[in-house]
Design a protein around this ligand. Structure first.
Ligand code: SF4
Length: 378
């Protein structure tokens, strides 16, 4: 009984501190998830960003021996930008996905979890907990699902009927046996919009994602973007959300009650050319607080170059030539060479030919050849 009351108190407190949804589940192993993760690994569908062993990811007691329950929290984030600057010819802008708007959600959610922990520490002598947001061992989605926050969509994302899927998740393992919540009895039904809309077929079946083919994952890699996916980026430089945009549960969803997640239009839609010229220090100062900066500037710059190529932005050619000739990073030199070819101006092809004479890196030379091939095919 006492735990029921304590649970209600923590639910009330969670509302006070701006948590949109909270749910509770036991600390029992996530057996179904374990089998699924093993399959994902065998099929080569894992992203490689996962933390810990499969056992650690599915058995909360391995992370905290006295674990009795897990508390899951969700915070909704906005989907529309007020006064968004326009991306126009001669002044192209890229776009960070919504999950990267505002202050890095890892920080914001961790603060909320810390407040919940402090609240319980004061009430319960011997209270123990360990919390995580996204980068921990536990699957935020599996915990949230079992704690009744939402259901797992065919796009593999957690969907809360009242919030949609544009929400951040976090959780706290505790040594308090809080009574668990019910799993939601809701689902996608016959809908397959996300699977139909995925440009790379990364949703290989309902609820199964091949992370290696997922554009959201590919925008965060540091090597060359596979050729066949370059035309699919559009203006996105970080993340990819088509499978959320088309979801009926997200129709009309746009929450702006967390000030921390309000997007700064100039940051979430940055000028692509400015991004190519930014120093490490400036990058850290400007973008360091955004979730989308976690892999550093290289993947963003690579994507920015691909975006300029997508728009065939002729005004970018001089800067791309500079990068092809001077940038120390082969991925940037090579992607710039490919982009110059794709944009297709005469001086660009000449510059590629000249640069190729002194280029030593084989992968970059291959990108230069691809760039020159655009000339022959045009
Ligand atoms: S788009 Fe349809 S199938 Fe996909 S997650 Fe949303 S409701 Fe489910």
């Amino acid at each position: 009984m006492a735990y029921e009351q304590l649970k209600q108190e923590i639910i009330d407190y969670s509302k006070e501190i701006g948590i949109d949804k909270i749910g509770f589940t036991s600390a029992e192993p996530f057996s179904e998830l374990k089998a699924r993760l093993e399959e994902q690994q065998e099929l080569g569908y894992a992203s490689g960003f996962e933390k810990g062993t499969i056992e650690e990811r599915t058995e909360p007691k391995r992370l905290m021996p006295g674990a009795e329950s897990i508390m899951a929290i969700a915070l909704a984030y906005p989907t529309r930008i007020k006064n968004a600057p326009k991306s126009v010819k001669g002044d192209r802008r890229g776009m960070f996905c919504r999950a990267s708007w505002g202050t890095d959600y890892h920080i914001v959610l961790q603060e909320k979890l810390d407040k919940l922990a402090a609240f319980l520490q004061e009430k319960i002598p011997g209270f123990e907990c360990t919390s995580m947001v996204d980068t921990g061992e536990l699957s935020d989605r599996a915990v949230a699902e079992r704690a009744g926050i939402g259901f797992s969509g065919k796009n593999t994302l957690m969907i809360a009927p009242e919030l949609g899927s544009y929400m951040y998740l976090g959780e706290m393992i505790t040594n308090i046996p809080f009574p668990p919540d019910e799993i939601l009895n809701e689902g996608c039904g016959e809908c397959t919009k996300c699977i139909d809309a995925c440009p790379t077929g990364a949703l290989v079946e309902p609820g199964r994602l091949n992370a290696q083919a997922c554009m959201a994952f590919l925008t965060q890699t540091k090597g060359f973007l596979p050729d066949e996916h370059r035309d699919k980026l559009g203006n996105l430089i970080y993340g990819y959300e088509t499978c959320q945009v088309v979801c009926p549960y997200n129709k009309g969803v746009d929450f702006h009650h967390h000030e921390e997640f309000e997007p700064d239009p100039e940051l979430v839609k940055p000028r692509l050319l400015d991004l190519l010229q930014i120093s490490n220090r400036e990058f850290k100062e400007k973008f360091g607080k955004m979730a989308g900066s976690w892999r550093g500037k290289k993947p963003l710059q690579r994507n920015a170059i691909i975006s300029l190529a997508h728009y065939k932005e002729k005004s970018a050619v001089n800067e791309l030539i500079r990068l092809m000739n001077q940038d120390p990073r082969p991925v940037i030199r090579g992607t710039a060479a490919w982009a110059i070819g794709k944009i297709g101006v005469e001086k660009g092809y000449k510059a590629i030919e000249q640069a190729m004479e002194k280029e030593q890196d084989q992968e970059v030379i291959e990108e230069m050849q691809k760039g020159l091939a655009f000339q022959k095919s045009s």
